[in-house]
Design a protein around this ligand. Structure first.
Ligand code: NAD
Ligand code: TYD
Length: 350
């Protein structure tokens, strides 16, 4: 990656913070990272603790809302931004069903603002990489895979807002010649994921012996990817991907939700024995409205053109993940107790 001043948006979230750690750990990345994040409930500076000290002068934080265009333009000017890796988003489907407003604001208008700021930066600007999801393609039956040619059929306000942002990115490349790349990835899991998403929620509830909610019949299928594999795929696309192109990213790890929940119960029983199987905590609950049945990704374009494939299997990645949550109880306790939100209010006045 030849960017000197890379703007990462949403770098205090789950994937963004893993990406910043991943990139700064690479010897051949010599640039600076400017992390713009508004610190919503999902943004946690704790996810990057120690990073500024470990990489003096190479990591900077800007508390910024991507819905604020003048603030974004000021960041571009102040830091000489020459590339963007855009993670910032409202990311949880269930929240989008209850309150879609912020999804429209951040995911659509926020992306539009960033594209405008990048366009205004002119010829020094090298690359806008947009992070998106496989959920834009809708739901699959028992057969087949999403390819880059699959028509968009988003079913939730979250996926519809992400689909809109993807279209804007494409249009800025076609219309204004903005150098862009776009990736649509399957479900991620790993360290620092906010415990409202399936895997961390089930791990923590199992530890605390709380009910383990499984939506509907538990047979919905997702294709799971360990987060550092996603980070490496993004880095590869930014470095070698063709401008204007979209790349699908997946793990070849299709799993039914119920199977994952049972695997987590068994891992927690093994690593933190309680004398009774956590499987007894499994509780089937009312299904999510418009719940997509199956996602599965064909990533042969990314593999064939750029040579990427996942390094982690689901079994090894899940074990690492469960272990991480067990070893980092302070992190999740601060989030779950609300202590962390008070800390943000004190430090940033929000
Ligand atoms: P996350 O919810 O953990 O983090 C989102 C981050 O964006 C937070 O730090 C939050 O504070 C920040 N943010 C939200 N609104 C903002 C705004 N208006 N201005 C500035 N910052 C704002 O999300 P994640 O799981 O890390 O997902 C990151 C990206 O990857 C998203 O674009 C998501 O659509 C995409 N994605 C996620 C997955 C997944 O499984 N988590 C899979 C595929 C794609
Ligand atoms: P989630 O982690 O919210 O990701 P997404 O909706 O983006 O795929 O959910 C993953 C799957 O797990 C999805 O099919 C919904 C299901 N699920 C549950 O069964 N119980 C839960 O408590 C949650 C949060 C999700």
């Amino acid at each position: 990656m030849d960017s000197e001043n890379l703007l990462v948006t949403g770098g205090c979230g789950f994937i963004g913070s893993n990406f910043i750690r991943h990139l700064l750990a690479r010897e051949n990345f010599r640039g600076r990272i400017i992390n713009a994040d508004s610190l919503t409930y999902a943004g946690n500076p704790d996810n990057l603790s120690g990073i500024a000290e470990a990489h003096p002068g190479r990591y900077l934080f800007e508390k910024t809302d991507i819905c604020d265009l003048p603030a974004l333009k000021a960041i571009f000017a102040r830091h000489g931004i020459d590339a963007v890796c855009h993670f910032a988003a409202e990311s949880h489907v269930d929240r989008s069903i209850k309150r879609p407003d912020s999804f429209i604001q951040t995911n659509i208008l926020g992306t539009f603002n960033l594209l405008e700021a990048a366009r205004a930066a002119g010829s020094r600007f090298r690359l806008f990489h947009h992070i998106s999801t496989d959920e834009v393609y809708g739901s699959l039956g028992p057969e087949g895979y999403f390819t880059e040619e699959t028509p968009y059929r988003p079913n939730s306000p979250y996926s519809a807002s992400k689909a809109s942002s993807d279209h804007l990115v494409r249009a800025y490349h076609e219309t204004y010649g903005l150098p862009t790349t776009l990736s649509n990835c399957s479900n991620n899991y790993g360290p620092y994921q906010f415990p409202e998403k399936l895997i961390p929620l089930i791990v923590l509830n199992a530890l605390e012996r709380k009910p383990l909610p499984v939506y509907g019949d538990g047979k919905n299928v997702r294709d799971w990817l360990y987060v550092t594999d996603h980070c490496e795929a993004i880095r590869t696309i930014m470095e070698k991907g063709r401008r204007g192109e979209t790349y699908n990213i997946g793990g070849h790890a299709e799993m039914e939700n119920i199977a994952i929940v049972e695997m987590i119960c068994d891992l927690v029983d093994e690593l933190a024995p309680a004398g009774v199987s956590r499987r007894c905590l499994i509780t089937f609950v009312k299904d999510r409205p418009g719940h997509d049945r199956r996602y599965a990704i064909d990533f042969s374009k990314l593999h064939g053109e750029l040579g990427w494939s996942p390094a982690e299997s689901f079994v090894s990645g899940l074990r690492k993940t469960v272990r991480w949550y067990l070893e980092n109880r302070g992190w999740s306790e601060r989030i779950r107790s609300g202590a962390y939100q008070s800390w943000i209010r004190e430090h940033y006045g929000v």
